[in-house]
Ligand binder design. Structure first.
Ligand code: 5RP
Length: 232
């Protein structure tokens, strides 16, 4: 296991300490959450935890959770989740996030908005001084006139491009939408203002800014595991 992957696992295992028998969880997506799912499955099989079920945020997570023996449920059956656990691509000092480079941000945001606690798990390379400095901001867009949405995104102070698969065709999300990447040279100056602009635009289905949503961030790195309570 690479050190980065090992740190992801350490953060995920730490988050398991918050899980109690009988809880209904939001299950995020990505390689860090894969560790969380595998460890949760192991604890259910050993009897250390019982009757825990989860709402998955992607087809991949649903498949992995099922393979791990975790029962799946829906928001229709559980309007409120005790805890959602998910990874992140960038985390600033105020616990604001960029998510979605795993292409699942729309379902992740839907699930998180039903959770009483939203715990973010990541290796500590994801911590940044300013959002948008480590990588692009992903944006889910309507396939209808996708090029026009990408062109508009390019007016927001970033270099915007349609996110293409290896074969050159547009990536398609679990929701049947397409994706754009927005690259900011010096990061995002005002993420809250940008989020409002994106939310107000027809054709923009969702964006990867998760602002004021996380309640706790757990990161791991060479210096050990760090848990931060979020006040925002
Ligand atoms: C998926 C996500 C992931 O949580 C994010 O991309 C982090 O992934 P990883 O845990 O593989 O580093 O937002 O849409």
């Amino acid at each position: 296991m690479t050190p980065e992957n090992d740190y992801k696992k350490q953060a995920a295992v730490q988050a398991l300490e918050l899980v109690r028998s009988g809880m209904v969880l939001g299950l995020g997506s990505g390689s860090t959450i894969a560790h969380f799912i595998d460890e949760l499955g192991a604890r259910l099989r050993s009897g250390q935890l019982q009757r825990v079920c989860g709402v998955p945020t992607s087809v991949e997570t649903a498949q992995r959770a099922t393979a791990a023996g975790i029962a799946l449920t829906t928001l229709a059956a559980h309007a409120q989740l005790e805890l959602a656990v998910d990874g992140a691509d960038e985390i600033d000092a105020q616990c604001n996030l960029i998510k979605g480079l795993g292409r699942c941000m729309l379902r992740e945001k839907v699930v998180v908005q039903h959770a009483l606690q939203f715990v973010v798990v990541a290796d500590d390379s994801k911590r940044v001084g300013r959002l948008g400095t480590r990588g692009p901001l992903p944006v889910e867009i309507l396939p209808f006139e996708a090029g026009a949405h990408v062109r508009w995104l390019g007016t927001l102070g970033c270099r915007a491009e349609l996110w293409l698969a290896a074969d050159g065709t547009p990536l398609v999300t679990d929701n049947g939408n397409q994706l754009a990447k927005c690259w900011f040279t010096d990061g995002i100056g005002d993420p809250w203002a940008l989020a409002l602009q994106l939310q107000a635009r027809a054709g923009i289905v969702e964006h990867g800014l998760f602002l004021g949503m996380a309640t706790q961030v757990i990161t791991a790195g060479a210096g050990g595991v760090r848990s931060q309570r979020c006040t925002g």
